[in-house]
Structures are given as C-alpha cells and as structure tokens.
Design a protein around this ligand. Structure first.
Ligand code: PLP
Length: 397
C-alpha cells in the first residue's frame, strides 16, 4: 500500500464554507454582472500617504535585507509606546513580536501554547480562523455559544462551565468579527477574574480596536491588573486601523517566554515579516494619522444606515454593532421559506440566493459558527450600500 499523499494534519484543515459563494461571485463578475460585495473583510480606503512614503523611503534607502526575527527595534519600540499610550500597558520590546499579520501572530501563539489535545475555549460567533488554527496546533476547540440576547458576548458563567482540566487557552475578540460587539470593562473584569483563577492563557485579539462607535471605548483585558496581564497575549496589527491589509503586519505582546518561543517558531518558518512593510507600520504607529478618524467617521455613517435598512426587512433583525465594519443580521426567520423563488434552509443557501437573485455577496454565518445569521461588511461606498439594500429588499418582498 502506497503512502498517503497528504498528512493527516493537511487533511484536517477545513475548507472554508464561503469558497463556493466567493467563486460564484467571481464567475458572475467575470461575465460582467454587477455584483455588490458585502463580503470583504478589509477597509475600502487607500493606505494613508505618510505610510506609503515611509515604505518608498525604505526601498530607496536599501532597507531591503533580513531583519531581526522578532521585527525591527524601531517598530517594536513604536508598538511599546502605542500599547502604553492607547492601552495603559507597560512592556519592554523583548515582550513584543511582529509577524506577517495578526493571523500569523495568533497562529504562532497557538502553536507554542496549545499542545496535543489541550482545549481552547472560543466564544461563537467566532472569526473563522480560530478553530482552524487550534486544529492545526493539535488542540481541541471548545465552542461557547452566545446569541443576540447577550449581544453575542460570552458570560463568565458560560466560560466557567466550559473549563475542564484540559483547558489551556481562551480566545477573546473585542471588537468582534463578525458581530462587531465589544466587551465592556466590567465584563472583561469578570472574565479576567475567571481566567486568573482557572489558570487560562488569554489570546486577546484587538485588531478592530480603533474602529469603535458612539463613545464605545476599547479596553484591553491585559490592562485590568498584573495577574491577568501576565496571562494575556495581546494581539493587534495595522491591517484594519490603517487600511494596510496587504502589507501583512501584525504584532503581539505578552509573557517573555511565550514571545521568545513564538519568535523561534517565526525564525524557522518565515524568518520575519517584510522589512519594507515594517518601516511602513512604524510610520503608521509613530505619527498622527488623521485618515484613521476620517475612516471611522465614514464607517459610523454607513453602519447607522445599513443597520436601519436591514432591520426594516421582514424576517431580518440586526443589532447595532459597537465596532468593526460588519453587520450581522439574524435571517433564520426565512429558513423553510422561499426567497427569490427558492426555498432556503440555512445561511449558505441564503447567501447563495442573495447572490443569484439580488446580485449581492454576503458571508454565510455558518463559517462563524452562527448559521442563523449572514454577515454584511460595510467596507463599501454609501452608494453601493444603498443600491445593495434596494436589491435585498427587492427579493425579500
Ligand atoms: N483577527 C480578526 C478578528 C480578523 O477579522 C482578522 C482579519 O480579518 C485578523 C485577526 C487578521 O488580520 P491580519 O492578518 O490582516 O492582521
């Protein structure tokens, strides 16, 4: 008997449930069909000029060689200052690693924290990559389901019930993709108490921290006391805040042994993130970038509009998100009924029908562990959002 081509690890990586829909949207666009995309997970703004200039300067000055594995000192220092001024967190740069995006940071963190069969607690709805990355690390994802009634936020009681002797890590994401919800200081204090008492490591994904609305204040769980800070790996990056998704820069701060292990993992895999992008990220984090406020103001306008429109549709209900750029309406009142002449039974079918008959691309909630919902990203112009809402309304009538 020949050896199998793929490792069991490769075979375990789940296919994204959105692949078929994304492929169909592409096919339609290639045929010249005007598809309105609400499926994008990145700001629709350009990277601010001052950041681009820093990268161009880096190239001109020949800053095009290997850098230290954990990232250039200039950027790590800028991160240290940012964490102190924005989040009230004191670290020195030996506690900081820079990687190719927040996604890689979380991957490294799970690889070094999570051993075979260790359990990682993940509140749902969750960002799609968490369970896949836990799986890749050989761990077991323990899902804690939350719903609209609790504004999609896990309660300490629910988390407590999920803890077993195998529990190792809790992943928190505030503000959240896909729900947009942010945990308050009081909520985080109670979760921090639990994490310390039950000796959980917390991976706190704060990538949407800058994109918050209506006076919502982002709080990092690590800032709530020495003990929780010691147990938290703070994850952040420049992708969302500075419209820099393609530059691939994310970072983490936390326990020195863990950061050192993550740096070793990085040095044996990708070595370090792109030298030029590191210079650009240092410029983003060091200066005042007024475009960030402008983007957030524009997102806020779109959010009010899209949430109001979604709530006006029969069978849709949508909470007002605290942050990020996603609306996450519950659409399951339609399941078992016809939309655009076809019966839909779940979020994947709902997304497919919206694409086929309304020419609108959304992401099915199933991929986020919430099949009752679909996700609309409002990283699209107001005109496109208005037209998209007209189309959805049209097929729901
Ligand atoms: N965390 C969350 C919740 C996200 O939504 C994303 C991107 O979509 C990331 C992390 C990773 O972002 P990046 O790898 O671009 O830094």
């Amino acid at each position: 008997m020949g050896k199998r081509k793929l490792s069991t690890r490769a075979a375990r990586i789940p296919a994204s449930p959105t692949v078929a829909i994304a492929a169909r949207a592409k096919e339609l666009k290639a045929k010249g069909v005007d598809v309105i995309s609400f499926s994008i997970g990145e700001p629709d703004f350009d990277t601010p000029e001052i950041i681009k200039e820093a990268a161009i300067r880096a190239i001109r000055e020949g800053f095009t060689k290997y850098t230290p594995a954990a990232g250039i000192p200039e950027l790590r220092e800028a991160i240290v200052k940012k964490l102190a001024s924005d989040n009230g967190l004191e670290y020195d740069s030996s506690h900081v690693i820079v990687s190719s995006g927040g996604k890689q940071v979380i991957h490294h963190a799970l690889q070094v924290l999570c051993g075979l069969r260790d359990e990682v607690i993940v509140p749902a709805p969750y960002w799609v990559s968490y369970p896949a990355q836990v799986e890749l690390a050989g761990g077991k994802t323990v899902i804690v389901n939350t719903g609209e009634a609790q504004r999609f936020k896990a309660t300490p009681q629910q988390l407590e019930q999920a803890v077993t002797p195998q529990s190792k890590v809790l992943i928190l994401n505030s503000p959240s993709n896909p729900t947009g919800m942010a945990y308050s200081r009081e909520e985080l204090e109670r979760i921090a108490e639990l994490a310390v008492r039950r000796r959980l490591w917390v991976i706190s994904d704060e990538i949407y921290e800058k994109i918050v609305y209506d006076g919502t204040r982002h709080v990092s769980i690590a800032s709530l006391g020495r003990k929780i800070k010691e147990r938290t790996i703070v994850v952040n990056g420049v992708s969302k805040a500075f419209a820099m998704t393609g530059w691939r820069i994310g970072y983490a701060a936390g326990d020195k042994d863990i950061i050192t292990a993550m740096t070793k993992m990085q040095s044996q895999t990708t070595t370090h993130p792109c030298s030029i992008a590191q210079k650009a990220a240092a410029a983003a984090l060091s200066g005042d970038v007024p475009e960030v406020r402008m983007m957030v103001e524009e997102f806020a306008r779109r959010r009010s509009f899209i949430v109001k429109r979604l709530n006006s549709f029969a069978g849709f209900s949508c909470l007002e998100p605290d942050g990020a750029f996603y609306a996450f309406p519950r659409v399951c009142d339609w399941y078992g009924k016809e939309v655009g002449g076809e019966k839909v039974q779940n979020s994947v079918e709902m997304a497919r029908v919206l694409l086929e008959y309304a020419r609108v691309a959304v992401v099915p909630g199933a991929g986020f562990g919430a099949d009752e919902h679909v996700r609309f990203s409002y990283a699209a112009s107001m005109e496109r959002i208005k037209e998209g809402m007209r189309r959805v309304e049209g097929i729901l009538k």
